[in-house]
Design a binder for this molecule. Structure first.
Ligand SMILES: Nc1ncnc2c1ncn2[C@@H]1O[C@H](COP(=O)(O)OP(=O)(O)OP(=O)(O)O)[C@@H](O)[C@H]1O
Length: 346
């Protein structure tokens, strides 16, 4: 008799539109002889408590929902201090968090097979600490500034259920109001000070539904990859599209660093502090400190980075063309990158 999994399921992920996908996931798990108990979340952050209790009862946990749910179960299992295994089935609007540990976003069937295979590996995680000393773990990106402001507004419109969530409208409203501010970013070996629209601290490379804001971040190097952006919100918005195919960086107004520790704070007292978010969840205003935790948790995950395979299928040609273009211009930006397309030769 195999051990049961606790499936922590968010029925309102992707505005509750994905019930059929959830039923498909259950049927697939049944076919694969995976036994489970289902726990539905009833409110914001409920998945933290549910996964904590399940872990204490000795159940391995599978988070089923969007990035917010995945982040909550991560925090629940860590809080339980049990070292139980954690896996994900991505059914939500964002799939960046399962993607950070190599789970492709387009196949519920494959996500279920990964659980049935039960292969595990340790991946890096990030720890964020806000001004009130509240700690929160994350797998993807912790960011502050413009994008976190958009996240806050989007989450609020989702939570209050006032009409249909309109992400585009939220972005546009934020773009025209947002003013960049002066910040200090303290890293392991250096300090950066200046005007910036946003700072993204990447444990994983993507957010917002596969935008590569920290394109070289990966969960196996024990480091954060940090992008400090000094581009006005509107041109940044216009550039968003190029992030999906990793064609945005290098950019003369994006300052990139690699560090294990990061502290971000406001420099002008009269400025309203930037808001921070991790994995799509708001964590409070600056100052915020981040710590990279090498091999921080053991996940049920594929042995190969299948999310990267998915990227190559979707954007591989465009990415290869871009890398070639950079090289012709004399840029070696991607030369040390671990996931270069196969058809590229250095
Ligand atoms: N029953 C519930 N009612 C209201 N909110 C809930 C409920 N269960 C969970 N939540 C909250 O819903 C929020 C969104 O969930 P989640 O992030 O999983 O889905 P999503 O918004 O579709 O995906 P993403 O964050 O990837 O865009 C989370 O903050 C979570 O705490």
């Amino acid at each position: 008799m195999t051990k049961d999994y606790a499936i922590i399921y968010n029925p309102v992920a992707a505005a509750g539109k994905l019930k059929d996908q959830f039923n498909f996931a259950l049927k697939t798990l049944d076919k694969l002889n995976v036994s489970y108990q289902i726990f539905k979340t009833e409110h914001f952050q409920h998945a933290i408590d549910l996964s904590l209790d399940a872990a204490k009862d000795g159940l391995d946990v599978i988070g089923v929902g969007g990035d917010g749910t995945c982040n909550e179960v991560l925090n629940g299992v860590i809080k339980s201090n049990t070292n139980i295994l954690l896996g994900f089935i991505p059914i939500g609007s964002g799939m960046d968090i399962p993607g950070a540990i190599g789970i492709r976003p387009d196949s519920i069937k494959r996500a279920c097979e990964i659980i049935a295979e039960r292969k595990t590996g340790k991946s890096d995680i990030g720890l964020s600490i806000n001004a009130h000393n509240d700690q929160r773990y994350f797998l993807g990106i912790g960011s502050q500034g413009f994008d976190a402001e958009v996240t806050k507004r989007t989450n609020e419109s989702l939570k209050s259920r006032k009409g249909t969530q309109n992400y585009v409208l939220t972005v546009l409203k934020t773009v025209f109001k947002f003013k960049k501010r002066k910040i200090r970013v303290t890293l392991d070996k250096e300090t950066w000070e200046g005007m910036a629209n946003l700072v993204a601290v990447g444990n994983g490379p993507t957010y917002g539904g596969w935008m590569y804001m920290c394109p070289k971040a990966n969960v196996h190097d024990g480091m954060f990859h940090i992008s400090i952006i000094d581009i006005a919100s509107l041109p940044l918005l216009i550039n968003f599209n190029s992030m999906y195919s990793r064609n945005f960086q290098p950019h003369k107004k994006v300052f990139e660093f690699v560090s294990k520790n990061v502290k971000i704070e406001m420099l002008n007292n009269e400025d309203v502090p930037y808001i921070g978010q991790i994995d799509g969840e708001i964590i409070g205003n600056l100052p915020i400190t981040y710590k990279a935790l090498r091999e921080g948790y053991e996940f049920i995950q594929p042995m190969e980075n299948e999310a990267e395979q998915w990227f190559q299928e979707k954007h591989g040609k465009k990415f290869a063309k871009y890398v070639n273009k950079l090289r012709k211009k004399g840029s070696s930006y991607y030369d040390d990158f671990m996931y270069l397309p196969k058809n590229l030769k250095i």
